[in-house]
Structures are given as C-alpha cells and as structure tokens.
Design a protein. Structure first.
Length: 131
C-alpha cells in the first residue's frame, strides 16, 4: 500500500474523530435520554465549542470526498509521486491542526491552516491533471 493510501486511511480516522467529538459534546448538553429519543422536541442550542466542532466537521466533509477521490484516482492511474505525497501530507497535517484551532475559536490562523489543506488537495489534483 502506498503512503498516500495510508494517509487517506488516517484521514478517515480523523473524520471518525470529527463525528464523535461533537456528538460527545452534544450528548453532555442534551443528555442521553434526549439523544436516544426520536428528538421530536426542540433541543437547546449547542454551546460555542460544540457548534465550532460541528462546523469543523462540516468543513472537513466538504473537501474529504475530493481528497479521497484524488488520492484513489492518482493511485489507480499510477500518478503517485512527489506531488501526491506532499499533497496528502499537507492535507492531513493541516486538517489535524485545523480541528483544535477551530474548537478554540482562533480565527486567522485557522483560515491559514485551512488554506494549507487546500494547497495539499491542489497538489494531489495537479498530479492527476498535469502531464
């Protein structure tokens, strides 16, 4: 298995973490009984950290399909190389750093880190599209 596919696997682990974290925080806010119910009644609004974790999760899920598809297409097409390796590492590393920055409410640095993740995604796509 290539390093890029391993990085994709770890990115999926990160996605699972980003599913579980806001769920755990929300469970503390609403209680197990509410979460196990049909949730027909209105829940209290999420606390700021929970809401940030939910937004960070949504943000990851916007680019994760593109990243996964890019890594897989590059692999199948035999286009793995320096661009995909650097791109995959940048994407995963930035996404890991992005989560606590967003949870802590740190605005500008968070946006810069998000940009690094897009550069990583761009490198993976460049490996596919450039001759």
């Amino acid at each position: 298995m290539t390093t890029e596919l391993t990085i994709l696997g770890w990115t999926l682990v990160l996605a699972l973490v980003q599913i579980l974290l806001p769920a755990m925080f929300r469970n503390q806010e609403t209680g197990i009984a509410y979460n196990m119910s049909a949730r027909d009644g209105a829940a209290p609004p999420p606390r700021p950290v929970t809401a940030r974790l939910q937004r960070a999760q949504a943000n990851l899920f916007e680019t994760l399909p593109l990243f996964a598809a890019g890594v897989l297409v590059a692999h199948v097409a035999g286009r793995d190389g320096a661009l995909t390796l650097w791109g995959a590492w940048l994407y995963l590393g930035a996404r890991i750093v992005y989560l606590p920055l967003y949870a802590a409410g740190i605005p500008v640095v968070r946006s810069l880190v998000w940009t690094v993740s897009l550069v990583g995604l761009g490198l993976v796509l460049a490996a596919i599209l450039l001759p």
